[in-house]
Ligand binder design. Structure first.
Ligand code: ADP
Length: 745
């Protein structure tokens, strides 16, 4: 038991020891655990520290990275900036160099800091020598340059400041400058462009010179103009004086010539011995020649003063040509020449134009042909060149087999006072005016004149003239007008102040068998008109107290009379036809009076206006009863409608002359069918205008003879009666129509 107790004690001791060791062990372990814990805490702490450090390092790294990125961008920008700055500098330089004008940059103290090549070229020194030098010293006026420079600073710029560079050419420049500043606005210097204006200056000087010259030239021209105007005035005065002189002379010469020729003609018609007749004929021929010369000179004066006028009257060309050639028959026979007339039958019978002027043209050409031809023939050819609805162009030519004209003279012969050779005047006479007048008569009428000639072979003068066509008949120009008993009793008032002319008129009118009274001026004429009836007045223009224009105006306006008035004038240059017409004259006739013309004009006018002679009012119902027509029927048929009446009358006036024309032509051509149809068309018109049934019967007879073609030899006679009646009827209707129109207005 002790043993066991010992064993137990021992065991217990052991166990206690064990326990104590375990405890110690545990303690040790705890200590170790604590230390491990502490270590772990430390470690954790360290770890936390390291994590925080790591975070800081990370942030730093990020920051560093960002900074790096920024730096890289900044570097790139800088590179780009450097590149564009380089470009900009190059660009600026190239711009500066592109300028042909000198360009400088100058420091505030006036030293040159840079310049372009143009500056180097102008100044003629290298760049390095120029940099740093005084800018102002390069100008002829350094003070002025400095002033300009100062202005740039005070105003910030200066524009077009004129200076001259002191180079070998002394280049003129316009100085333009402005300041340039740095980023802070501090002025670094100025940029100057000096524009080279040498060329402009030169142009300016030239312009100035040109202007001075132009002004000088203008003043010279003005001087010349005023001299020319003076000369023109003097020339015009001279022309006026010439006109006046010619006008006076024409009056002075033509009045006695008028009497000489007129009375010679009168005496020639009396019983004379052969010798007396011979002498008087010589006087008449000389007188005629003198009148031709005076007329030539007056014609030229008229041409000069632009007073040549052309009539537009219906006339028969064939008759006109024949009548004129008739005048040369004796002369041509005397010279043993042959006259050949070639007339184109296609030319319309009646044309409108100026037969008197045409006469004058052909007369001149034929008389030259006769004058310059000794052997052979003279051919007058009249040919229709062109015809349309309204007009006919006729070519006239006069050919001869005479002396001809040298080629070098041919252009001259149409000039005043020009003859083809110096001997012409001595050998053949003449003044060299004829062709000049012919040209002046042809060209203003729209015609042309030509000449073809060969020395010793002959000449051909030809010209063309255009004429209007007409349906109306021409006024008769010969004395062969049939006078009915009523016409024989024509009462004429002659208003003329010169006793010689009065006497001549009396003689002529007595010969015609007319009644006549004389008034010495317009005033007396008016008194006479108020106490006695006249059929027509022959009115001189230049008279004392009251002249022809004044008297006519009074007769038309105050006396309200339509009496026909023919102006008589010796002075063709100043006769103003427009004025004659304006005051109401019906026609004019030049002195010395052509008796045939006078006769035909008196009869023509009196016949034309017979129904309305001396009528104060134009009222048709108050008018003297017409002889061929009676409008009562038409009046009834139209129920006195004036418009309808006028239309009917116009229609008659339009168709009758053409029907007569067709009938005459058909008769000539023996075209019975056409004659029958024209007569048939005419028949109803007689009753419409109230013509006697006798004329209707005549027309019916013409119609019948044409259709049966029997008794055709009687037709011409019937046609003449018809034609005369129709002409009369037309003349009366014209008067009625005019009166109606006047009333309608
Ligand atoms: P004039 O016959 O009065 O001398 P013109 O003016 O009629 O004046 O003619 C001028 C000139 O033209 C004439 O002098 C003449 O030399 C020349 N001449 C005109 N017509 C003919 C002609 N038919 N033949 C030859 N020469 C002519």
């Amino acid at each position: 038991m002790i043993k066991a107790k010992r064993a137990d004690k021992e065991e217990l001791i052991f166990t206690l020891n064990e326990l104590a060791r375990e405890k110690e062990e545990k303690k040790k372990l705890l200590l170790e655990l604590n230390s491990a814990k502490e270590e772990l805490a430390f470690q954790n702490n360290e770890k936390g520290k390291r994590a925080a450090e790591l975070k800081i390092a990370d942030t730093e790294l990020n920051f560093q990275n960002k900074e790096k990125e920024k730096r890289e961008i900044a570097n790139k920008d800088l590179e780009a900036f450097n590149y564009s700055a380089k470009l900009a500098a190059q660009y600026a330089r190239s711009l500066i160099e592109a300028s042909l004008d000198p360009l400088f940059t100058i420091s505030p103290d006036g030293k040159i800091t840079d310049m372009n090549n143009a500056s180097i070229n102008i100044i003629g020194r290298p760049r390095n020598e120029l940099i740093g030098t005084d800018f102002f010293n390069y100008f002829t006026e350094p003070g002025k340059a400095k002033d300009g420079y100062k202005q740039v600073f005070s105003k910030g710029f200066v524009a077009d400041y004129p200076l001259t560079i002191k180079d070998h050419k002394l280049t003129d420049v316009l100085f333009n400058g402005s300041v340039y500043k740095d980023g802070q606005g501090i002025v670094l210097g100025i940029v100057v462009v000096a524009r080279d204006i040498t060329k402009q200056k030169k142009i300016e000087t030239e312009l100035m010179e040109a202007k001075i010259f132009a002004e000088l030239a203008t003043s010279i021209a003005e001087d010349a103009k005023s001299k020319a105007e003076n000369a023109t005035r003097i020339a015009e005065d001279a022309v006026k004086a010439k006109q006046q002189f010619l006008s006076n002379m024409s009056h002075e010469i033509r009045t006695p010539m008028n009497a000489i020729i007129g009375f010679t003609k009168v005496v020639l018609k009396t019983e004379l011995t052969a010798k007396q007749k011979e002498y008087l004929t010589a006087i008449k021929i000389s007188g005629d020649a003198l009148i031709v010369l005076i007329n030539d000179i007056l014609d030229l004066a008229k041409v000069d003063s632009g007073k040549m006028t052309f009539e537009q009257t219906p006339f028969k060309l064939a008759l006109s040509i024949s009548a004129m050639l008739h005048l040369f028959e004796t002369k041509i026979q005397e010279k043993n020449l042959k006259l050949i007339k070639e007339y184109d039958e296609n030319i319309p019978q009646v044309l409108i134009g100026d037969p008197v002027r045409l006469h004058q043209i052909i007369l001149n050409l034929v008389s030259n042909a006769v004058k310059f031809t000794t052997y052979g023939s003279i051919t007058v050819n009249v040919r229709l060149q062109h015809e349309d609805q309204n007009q006919a162009i006729v070519e006239f030519s006069v050919s001869d087999t005479g002396i001809g004209i040298a080629a070098n003279k041919i252009d001259k012969i149409f000039e005043n006072f020009q003859q083809a050779s110096s001997g012409t005047s001595r050998l053949y006479g003449g003044t060299g005016l004829g062709l000049a007048i012919v040209k002046q008569l042809v060209e203003p009428q729209g015609g042309t004149i030509k000449v073809v000639s060969k020395l010793d072979e002959g000449s051909t003068f030809s010209f063309t003239l255009g004429f209007q066509k007409t349906k109306f008949d021409a006024e008769p120009i010969s004395m062969d007008i049939e006078l009915d008993p009523e016409t024989k009793k024509i009462k004429i008032l002659v208003v003329e102040d010169i006793a010689l002319n009065q006497l001549l008129m009396k003689t002529l009118l007595d010969e015609f068998g007319f009644e006549r009274d004389i008034a010495a001026n317009g005033k007396i004429a008016i008194e006479k008109l108020q106490t006695k009836n006249y059929d027509i007045i022959l009115m001189d223009l230049q008279m004392p107290e009251m002249n022809g224009f004044e008297a006519t105006a009074y007769i038309r306006k105050e006396l309200n009379s339509n009496i026909p008035i023919i102006a008589l004038t010796a002075d063709v240059t100043t006769v103003d036809l427009a004025k004659c017409k304006a005051v109401g004259m019906n026609d004019y006739i030049a002195k010395p009076v052509d008796e045939k013309l006078l006769y035909s004009k008196i009869v023509g006018l009196v016949k034309k206006t017979m129904p309305s002679n001396s009528i104060v009012s134009a009222d048709i119902h108050q008018s003297k009863k017409s002889k061929y027509i009676d409008l009562n029927y038409l009046n009834r048929r139209t129920k006195s409608n004036p418009k309808l009446m006028m239309e009917m009358i116009s229609l008659y006036l339009e168709q009758t002359p053409s029907l007569i024309g067709i009938m005459k032509q058909s008769l000539k051509d023996k075209d019975w069918k056409s004659l029958h149809s024209a007569a048939h068309k005419m028949i109803p018109s007689f009753s419409i205008i109230g013509m006697s049934v006798d004329f209707e019967e005549i027309a019916k007879k013409v119609q019948e003879f044409a259709s049966t073609q029997q008794q055709t030899e009687g037709i011409p006679d019937l046609m003449t009666q018809l034609e005369n009646a129709c002409i009369q009827a037309c003349a009366e209707l014209e008067v009625e129509l005019t009166a109606m129109k006047n009333k309608a207005v």
